[in-house]
Structures are given as structure tokens and as C-alpha cells.
Design a protein around this ligand. Structure first.
Ligand code: NAD
Ligand code: ZN
Length: 344
């Protein structure tokens, strides 16, 4: 089957032909209908050899959707031919976090060798993908898989970060979204759909800011040396009640800290490697800093329901396998508008 793999440190993604996988006991095989490209794939592929822990070759794709086409021994409650999205942050399934559906915070997964598809386990950027357990399937129903697949990460991750800040998103509050890429452009829509907060979106490029306005941002601000001042003006000098940094490099983290108001939440979602010094003299009084990871199983179901209601949608650029390498190149250069999705 065709697959997009990372095979050699520093070489980037390649389209290859590999053997079809089969569902082992308890597993489900999906015929892939769509797989999204995430900037985290580049985080992984940009790691130097001594820090790389994801195994080679790695089939990419931690945003996946497909239809069930093979059931492993003992699997029940899943219908052949039914359409699902894959919940990616697989946990042990038995601990306190997993019992709450928060498998993204399972403290045992890593030591048990359980890794997400596309980030250790073979991912969805292939004709077939193996899902380790039916509990990691969220029913798509009538939702279009190509339009929906990225909600498994680019939707779920901002949703989780926003829900965790809900108490700071009251009417009259201000949310700042830094980085209007795959995650950020869905984040803006989630903020508009589930809160009454005023949304200020920040990015480097005018095309990204135009997209932010299209999807509901009240104000847009160019990410330059005047950004903090502009955001302070827009908030009558008070700063934001919640800041979501979907980039996480030092300049955006510095901006997040500069524009956060007193008693605010600063949620750093991007994994750009920047550091935010927290403490009485370095963050606004009462401010809380968090670095959330992905989201819970119930939150994925909620995000899919938001899409069903029409409140949230992904701006998709479609590619075939043959365009996947080009799409990854565009993502690396920050040229994807919304999310790039590979459609087998
Ligand atoms: P993306 O490339 O689609 O979007 C990034 C956006 O940030 C682009 O629009 C880009 O123009 C903008 N940007 C870059 N530098 C900027 C700056 N200095 N100021 C303002 N905007 C800037 O990436 P994505 O797939 O949306 O991922 C965003 C980040 O989130 C990545 O670091 C990714 O690895 C991370 N991520 C984290 C989690 C998590 O669980 N914490 C999950 C998924 C992705
Ligand atoms: Zn991701």
C-alpha cells in the first residue's frame, strides 16, 4: 500500500510502498479516507538523531479517519463499513486519567510503549491504519471525513485548551489567539462558538489574519514589535483574560506574557521550545500558565458535535499521496491556509 513515511533523520517525508497491515486481536483496521498534516510532524522530523524517539521508519499521520474494513479477533460493537475518526492520544485504558477519558494524560502509556498513531505507532497517512482498540474510534456519521479529520487534533487540542480556560472567558472577557494556522483557525471558531469573549487573533501574515477574520475573530493584529501595545489598546490597557499561544516560540511566549492581564490564564499550546518564566515578579498577579496536551475522548465527541451543528469547520487544502511531500513543504514554510489533508 502507499504510505507517507519519515525514514531517515533529516530527510523529510517520503511516499513509499509498504505491506498492508492486518488487525491483530482486539484491533480494528480502517481503510483511510483522510489524514491531516500537523506542524508537530515537523517538530518530530526536525529533531536531531540523539533526541529522536519515534522509531524509523515512521508512517506519519496522527489525524486520521476511515471506514472499518477488518476486525481483529474479539472485537465487538464496531460495524464493518462504518466511518470513524481516530482518537490519537492512546493511553493504558485502565488508570484514573484514562477512566475519565483523559488518555492524553495517561501516566503509564509511555512506559508501556503505547504511542499515538503517527507519533510512534504507524499513522494514518497510508491506505490502511491499525487502531489498537475500538474505544479510540469516534463515530463520524454523516460528517465528511476530509472536512472533519483535522478536528481530531487541530480541533481537539484548541478545544481542550479553551475549555480549560472557560472560567476566564465570560462575557466581556478578551481571548488572544497567537498563530492562526491549523490549530489557531479552529481555535478562533471554538472561542466564538462556546464563549462570549472578544477574540483578538495574531499572526505574521496578512493572509492568515484575513482567514482569522473570516472565521470570526473580532480584531486581528500583526505579530511584530507593536503587537503588545496594540493588544493593550484593544483591551483598554487591561490585557487579555486568556491567551492561547499556538506557536510557542520565544517571541510569541514573550508576547503572551506581555498581553496577559491580572488573574489571567496563559495556555501555551505550540511546541516551539520557548520558555515562560513564571513567578511573582515575572507574570501578572494571579496569572496561571499551562501547557496543555491534545484532548480527552469526550472532548473529541463534543468537537465533532460542534462541527455537526455547523459552528466549527476546518479550511482544508486537499492533496493526494503524490502531493503529500509538497504539502509538507508548504506547512514547513507557513504557507498552508487552514489545514492540509491527504486524501488517499
Ligand atoms: P501551523 O503551521 O498550521 O500554524 C502555525 C501558525 O503560526 C501559522 O499561521 C504561522 O504563520 C503562525 N506563526 C508562526 N510564527 C509566528 C509568530 N512569531 N507570531 C505569530 N504567528 C506566528 O501549525 P499547527 O499545526 O497549527 O500547530 C501549531 C503548534 O501547535 C505547533 O507548534 C504544533 O507542533 C503544536 N501542537 C501542539 C499540540 C499540543 O497538544 N500541545 C497539538 C498539536 C499541535
Ligand atoms: Zn498534531
Amino acid at each position: 500500500m502507499k504510505a507517507v513515511q519519515y525514514r531517515e533523520i533529516g530527510k523529510g517525508p517520503e511516499v513509499v510502498d509498504i505491506d498492508e497491515p492486518h488487525a491483530g486481536p482486539g484491533q480494528v483496521r480502517l481503510k483511510v479516507t483522510a489524514a491531516g498534516l500537523c506542524h508537530s510532524d515537523w517538530f518530530v522530523m526536525d529533531l536531531p538523531e540523539d533526541q529522536y524517539t519515534y522509531g524509523l521508519p515512521l508512517t506519519l499521520g496522527h489525524e486520521g479517519a476511515g471506514v472499518v474494513d477488518e476486525l481483529g479477533e474479539g472485537v465487538e460493537g464496531v460495524e464493518m463499513g462504518a466511518a470513524y475518526a481516530i482518537y490519537g492520544p492512546w493511553g493504558c485504558g485502565r488508570c484514573h486519567a484514562c477512566a475519565q477519558g483523559a488518555e492524553n494524560y495517561c501516566p503509564y502509556a509511555a512506559e508501556m510503549g503505547i504511542t499515538p498513531p503517527g507519533l510512534g505507532s504507524p499513522g494514518a497517512m497510508a491506505e490502511y491504519v491499525i487502531v489498537d482498540d475500538p474505544r479510540h474510534l469516534a463515530p463520524l456519521g454523516d460528517l465528511d471525513p476530509v472536512e472533519t479529520v483535522s478536528l481530531t487534533d487541530a480541533g481537539l487540542t484548541p478545544y481542550h485548551a479553551i475549555v480549560a480556560a472557560k472560567e476566564k472567558l465570560y462575557p466581556g472577557a478578551t481571548a488572544v489567539v497567537i498563530g492562526v494556522g491549523g490549530l489557531g483557525h479552529v481555535g478562533v471558531q471554538i472561542l466564538r462558538a462556546i464563549t462570549q469573549a472578544t477574540v483578538i487573533a495574531v499572526d505574521l501574515g496578512e493572509d492568515k489574519l484575513a482567514l482569522a477574520r473570516e472565521v470570526g475573530a473580532h480584531h486581528t493584529v500583526t505579530s511584530d514589535e507593536h503587537a503588545a501595545e496594540r493588544i493593550k489598546e484593544l483591551t483598554n490597557g487591561l490585557g487579555a483574560t486568556a491567551v492561547f499561544d499556538f506557536v510557542g516560540v520565544q517571541p510569541t511566549i514573550d508576547l503572551a506574557r506581555a498581553v496577559a492581564g491580572m488573574d489571567s490564564f496563559i495556555h501555551i499550546v505550540g511546541i516551539g521550545g520557548g520558555i515562560l518564566p513564571a513567578g511573582f515578579f515575572s507574570t501578572p498577579m494571579g496569572a496561571a500558565v499551562r501547557a496543555p496536551y491534545w484532548g480527552t475522548r469526550s472532548e473529541l465527541i463534543e468537537v465533532l458535535d460542534l462541527a455537526r451543528s455547523g459552528a466549527v469547520g476546518v479550511h482544508v487544502e486537499r492533496y493526494g499521496f503524490d502531493g503529500a511531500v509538497e504539502a509538507y513543504g508548504k506547512l514547513h514554510k507557513g504557507e498552508v491556509r487552514g489545514r492540509a489533508v491527504v486524501v488517499p
